[in-house]
Design a protein. Structure first.
Length: 64
């Protein structure tokens, strides 16, 4: 059986876009994901909690 190298993807390490905390084994389900300017940005629990009003107001992270 041959594997298609283009079909196999390796998970990229996920880091918090605000504080730089690295997530083990991909983004934990408790982290927040935001799409800003066409790219995904992940935020750890602490950063998401500290900025929840701005996130719910759909402000880009550059505003907070």
């Amino acid at each position: 059986m041959q594997l298609n190298p283009e079909a196999t993807e390796t998970a990229e390490p996920v880091t918090c876009a605000r504080c730089g905390t690295a997530a083990p084994d991909g983004a934990p389900p408790t982290w927040t994901c935001s799409v800003e300017n066409g790219s995904r940005r992940y935020f750890c629990d602490d950063c998401a909690r500290a900025n929840i009003r701005a996130i719910e107001g759909r402000l880009d992270s550059s505003w907070w």
